[in-house]
Design a protein around this ligand. Structure first.
Ligand SMILES: C[S@@+](CC[C@H](N)C(=O)[O-])C[C@H]1O[C@@H](n2cnc3c(N)ncnc32)[C@H](O)[C@@H]1O
Length: 369
């Protein structure tokens, strides 16, 4: 993600997804097993990002936990990759919530303690049996590294060939299994895991959705087609190397409900029976950016907002994947990226409806057996 506050400033869409998951969070807090005696209650946010959305979500959780037991000490582990802007996260924590004891409301003698973990969530993050609520929002669709040329004629899953899609599905299945396996070790019996991640619009239930589904199989499919087409033009004009573009792919995967369930329900899986499924659905959520456009009707402002949102999650990937620092100076690649965004903006402003980007999300809530 683009750091320095950029992600925080351009992630209202991800914030909206957390809002959609509030009933799941509330149910989880109301039914989670609380620790005995002096033991602290531990929450882990897997893939917390720069923190604005994460802190708001955790604040909500802590408030509700305190309603059940106001004397519980609470540990919060904010997990993300080591390259995440953790400085930003802690600066938001202490500026927006100056008294960490009262972060989320004071209560009795209890305190809240914050920790950062800069390790991949495809590894174990916390000690065995130490986590009461694990959550992850808009993060577990990110795969670790994928091989070069995983998607040779596009940059996104939507443009992968059938064979490439099967290969990505295989990588995604292994990583999802690893994610759940580590959580099964960390989360206490009766503990909860709530995951919000990109889903797949091939799910039949979406067709009956409340008019938000625009026919895309994957969130932002049209936007990614547009980006690929503009990048292809920049290759033709020799601003970007054809080889770099061919090697580059956005390492994300959008899961179906069946793919999400498989490691938990397949009798041959080592994880079968480790979690009870409390809730699973794929749904289309409204994009707050597109809603603003529908209210205000300003297609240029919409194009700018959509590009800012896109930059917040894709720019570090584009920079690392498309440019070689020994061949292209930072000033040059910044100019090339600005050109990319300008050309995309022009096209979005002409037909905003084609780029509504209503997110297709998978919501999953589990209880550790
Ligand atoms: C789109 S942001 C979501 C941030 C926040 N959870 C939210 O809902 O706004 C995705 C985050 O997942 C993190 N992430 C991706 N892969 C990860 C991994 N393997 N381990 C830990 N964090 C990861 C990214 O660094 C990024 O900060």
């Amino acid at each position: 993600m683009k750091g320095g506050g950029y992600y925080d400033a351009n992630s209202s869409l991800q914030a909206r997804l957390i809002q959609s998951a509030v009933p799941l969070f509330n149910n989880a807090v109301d039914s989670v097993s609380l620790p005995d005696g002096d033991e602290a209650f531990t929450i882990v946010d897997y893939g917390c990002g720069e923190g604005k959305n994460s802190l708001a979500c955790i604040d909500m959780l802590i408030n509700r936990i305190r309603q059940r037991n106001c004397d519980l000490d609470i540990n919060v582990i904010q997990n993300d990759l080591w390259i995440n802007d953790f400085n930003r996260l802690f600066s938001s924590l202490y500026s927006e919530y100056p008294d960490p004891r009262s972060y989320s409301g004071t209560s009795g003698s209890a305190s809240t303690y914050f920790f950062a973990s800069g390790r991949s969530f495809y590894d174990q993050i916390a000690a065995n049996g130490s986590v009461h609520i694990g959550l992850s929002t808009s993060a577990v669709h990110w795969l670790g590294t994928i091989p070069d040329r995983s998607i040779s004629k596009h940059i996104h899953l939507s443009g992968a060939t059938a064979l490439e899609r099967r290969q990505l599905a295989h990588i995604a299945a292994e990583q999802w299994h690893a994610f759940l396996q580590h959580r099964s070790r960390e989360i206490v019996p009766g503990g909860k895991l709530i995951v919000v991640m990109l889903g797949c619009g091939a799910e039949p239930a979406l067709v009956n959705d409340s008019g938000l589904w625009t026919g895309e199989t994957f969130t932002g499919e049209n936007l990614m087609d547009l980006m690929f087409s503009v990048l292809t033009g920049l290759v033709a004009e020799c601003h970007i190397s054809a080889d770099k573009l061919e090697k580059f792919a956005v390492p994300l995967y959008c899961r179906t409900t069946a793919e999400a369930l498989l490691p938990l329900t397949d009798p041959a899986s080592a994880l079968a029976g480790t979690f009870k499924v409390d809730h699973l659905r794929v749904q289309v959520d409204p994009s707050p950016l597109f809603e603003t456009y529908q209210r205000a009707g300003d297609s240029r402002a919409y194009a700018t907002a959509l590009i800012d949102w896109t930059r917040a999650w894709i720019e570090p990937l584009l920079t690392a994947g498309l440019f070689d620092p020994e061949e292209t100076s930072a000033t040059t690649w910044q100019q090339i990226l600005e050109e990319l965004y300008d050309r995309m903006s022009e096209r979005i402003a002409i037909s905003p409806e084609a780029y509504a980007c209503n997110p297709i999300m998978l919501y999953l809530s589990l209880t550790r057996a």
